[in-house]
Design a protein around this ligand. Structure first.
Ligand code: AMP
Length: 485
């Protein structure tokens, strides 16, 4: 029972309003040591109730004392804007009977508004690392008053290259602070950070979701395009046939792509074909991302086309289907992705499309899951259309190659594929649109899935396309590629 934990009565009252009665394992494990002022190392992933496991004790601990101008009393760092916003929502929910104040520092929101809040003094500052440092460097913020610092989704911070920022922020806060640190996995680099910055932490580990939930029906459909540059197009055709075949059982779905450009292309293509779809990834502006997510949550949007970073950690109610338009290049992402369906005992269906180029990634997934993904066939009567069998127009290949790996954090450039050709309006279908999109973007790792691109080292020492910049163009992308459509 929550009432057994020594939480502030105001917090207990807010919990009672939510209807939650029993703490989840991470909450039961993390809250008591956190309330005693100890450092906590929580090894748990999203969906376990980990947000409340740090928000509840924080509110209780901050209950006494008052915020001073420009000196927040606590700090929560999250890797993406959405996750930071989610923490802020949790804070609002559980702190509603207190007088604590918060500020959310994320990209896409004006500095001015955020400055005003900080100036007034906040108890809780919730931020993405880049934005926090931007504020700090503008001299608007002092971190010497931070008594509690939370790092959420540290492994994702690592994937996104935020670890140096995190280290710097740690150093800007007082040595005497209390640290609550959460990560789904303990990669060596994460271990190093925790050894350096946490003091005798209480370590709470909740069961890893190394196996997929029993309630998820998994299917793998392999296609064998004669040429690699036909793969995306053929997969889009197959996907439409699969959605049609699932019929009403597919109430809503998240469709995962490995790259932001592919997310945009797929969403555009689905829309052209009459599907109620919208994209979400780190390059879209914040208001658009929020609108899309709200629509998906309230059921007005049926298909959410997403990148891993954008979707990771989002608290989205159970979806009936997950489609892996691309096989994820990190095996753990497969588990995260399909875990979006089949939640809370409900049935879910996860369908993965693969091509021979994905063999290596599939093997990694099957070895992580210690099982073979059930192979399935395309829906009866499905045939690749003539046009999808034709070699794709050169520009489609180049267009997709323009994709930058998802970095999230909102610090990257605008969409690379929002361009439109003059032929677009006349185009009979989305495939043609995509093919005719002019582009001169750089070669992407997508077309060389077996050859790692230059990038940040992953936790396991691997480097791969998803982590690194795209070879060929450096940071330069011609302006017309980033212009809104
Ligand atoms: P999180 O892992 O923090 O993203 O939380 C996942 C979901 O679990 C969120 O929708 C929470 O509102 C919900 N949740 C958090 N704590 C509890 C609890 N004790 N009982 C039931 N649901 C909870």
């Amino acid at each position: 029972m929550f009432s057994d934990l020594k939480l502030d009565p105001k917090v207990l009252k807010a919990i009672a309003d939510t209807g939650y009665e029993t703490p989840t394992p991470i909450q039961a494990g993390a809250i008591p040591p956190a309330l005693e002022g100890k450092d906590v190392l929580g090894i748990a992933q999203t969906g376990t109730g980990k947000t409340a496991s740090f928000v509840l004790p924080m509110i209780t601990l901050l209950g006494r004392g008052r915020a001073r101008a420009r000196m927040p009393r606590s700090l929560v760092l999250a890797p993406t804007r959405e996750l930071a916003a989610q923490v802020a929502e949790n804070f609002d929910k559980y702190a509603k009977y207190t007088k604590l104040t918060k500020a959310l520092l994320i990209g896409g929101v004006s500095f001015g508004e955020q400055d005003k809040l900080i100036d007034r003094g906040v108890d809780v500052l919730i931020a993405t690392p880049g934005r926090l440092l931007d504020h700090f460097e503008r001299g608007k913020l002092l971190l010497t008053g931070v008594q509690i610092m939370v790092v959420d989704e540290a492994d994702r911070m690592l994937d996104m290259g935020f670890i140096p920022d995190i280290e710097r922020i740690f150093q800007l806060t007082p040595f005497t602070r209390q640290t609550l640190f959460f990560s789904a996995t303990m990669a060596p680099e994460i271990e190093r950070i925790t050894n350096t910055f946490l003091h005798s932490p209480a370590r709470i580990e909740v069961a890893r979701q190394a196996t997929a939930s029993e309630t998820i029906e998994q299917r793998l459909i392999e296609i064998h395009p004669a040429r690699r540059d036909q793969a995306a197009k053929q997969k889009r055709e197959l996907l439409r046939a699969l959605i049609a075949a699932e019929g009403d059982t597919c109430t809503n779905a998240i469709l995962f792509c490995n790259r932001k450009t592919e997310v945009d292309i797929l969403a555009k293509s689905l829309k052209k074909h009459g599907f109620n779809a919208a994209p979400i990834h780190g390059d879209l502006d914040q208001s658009q991302r929020t609108r899309t997510l709200d629509g998906f949550r309230d059921g007005t949007l049926r298909f959410l086309v997403a990148s891993d970073v954008a979707a990771r950690g989002l608290d989205i109610p159970a979806v009936s289907h997950v489609f892996n338009f691309d096989v994820p290049s990190h095996a753990e992402d497969y588990v995260h992705r399909i875990g979006r369906t089949g939640r809370a005992g409900r049935k879910g269906c996860a369908i993965t499309l693969s091509t021979p180029a994905d063999t290596k990634y599939l093997e990694a997934i099957e070895s992580l899951l210690k099982t073979t993904l059930p192979r399935a066939t395309a829906p009866a009567g499905f045939e690749i259309s003539r046009s999808a069998r034709q070699p794709a127009h050169k520009s489609e290949e180049r267009g997709r190659k323009g994709g930058r790996p998802e970095q999230g954090g909102g610090r990257s450039r605008g969409r690379a594929d929002s361009r439109k050709s003059t032929q677009e309006t006349a185009a009979a279908n989305a495939e043609t649109v995509i093919e005719t999109a002019p582009s001169e973007a750089q070669p992407a790792a997508e077309s060389r899935p077996n050859r790692p691109a230059k990038g940040k080292p992953r936790s396991d020492g691997r480097r791969d396309a998803k982590d690194g910049p795209v070879i060929g163009m450096g940071d330069h992308v011609p302006d017309f590629l980033t212009r809104g459509s």
